[in-house]
Ligand binder design. Structure first.
Ligand SMILES: Cc1cc2nc3c(=O)[nH]c(=O)nc-3n(C[C@H](O)[C@H](O)[C@H](O)COP(=O)(O)O)c2cc1C
Length: 165
């Protein structure tokens, strides 16, 4: 992180400008994911980027959602992180990559939120038309764009840490 406060100030964002994110910034967010740690350095993930309202509306309708607003809060970029589903590392590695991408997005002035929808679909269809390799399962997705909402202060739970000396 550029600063520790960046790490603590990231919030999930749920309202986005229509403005497209540049390929340069999308590339930086993806690069952060690609640099995430993975079990035994397998790097078995795949990142599928769906760009633009028209294509995301189409994907939304493909998965039974009304439109991009319903699928990903109208974000102009939707990134699915998939993995060979036979890998025992898949859920962990994809989670770590998504977290790294959310932090990178925040550092770059973008907003993001994890979208837990496609990965929870029962009998999910093939997403090969959206860049997901055959045989891979989507474990999580990211909405990405310029945020319009005000980040809410985090309500912190208590008693979540135990230190034994
Ligand atoms: C595994 C996971 C799945 C999530 N799925 C969704 C989701 O489907 N939709 C959504 O709006 N937020 C989703 N979130 C975001 C959480 O609601 C959010 O991280 C939590 O409320 C804490 O807020 P913060 O990210 O602003 O700190 C998800 C977060 C995680 C880690």
């Amino acid at each position: 992180m550029s600063s520790y406060s960046d790490l603590l100030s990231r919030r999930s964002r749920r309202k986005y400008e229509e403005r497209m994110v540049s390929d340069d910034l999308i590339g930086k967010v993806l690069d952060a994911g690609l640099h995430a740690p993975s079990g035994m350095n397998t790097q078995g993930w795949h990142f599928s980027v769906v760009k633009g309202r028209k294509k995301i509306d189409e994907l939304a309708s493909y998965v039974g959602k009304a439109d991009a607003q319903a699928l990903c809060y109208g974000a102009p970029v939707f990134i699915m992180v998939s993995y060979d589903q036979s890998s025992k590392f898949a859920p962990f590695d994809t989670s770590v990559a998504l977290m790294q991408m959310m932090n990178a997005a925040h550092m770059l002035g973008l907003g993001s939120v994890w979208i837990n929808y496609i990965n929870l679909m029962e009998n999910a269809p093939s997403f090969s038309a959206y860049g997901v390799p055959e045989g891979y399962k989507v474990y999580g997705s990211l909405a990405l764009g310029y945020p319009l909402d005000e980040p809410k202060a985090r309500v912190m739970k208590e008693n979540l840490v135990t230190i034994i000396e």
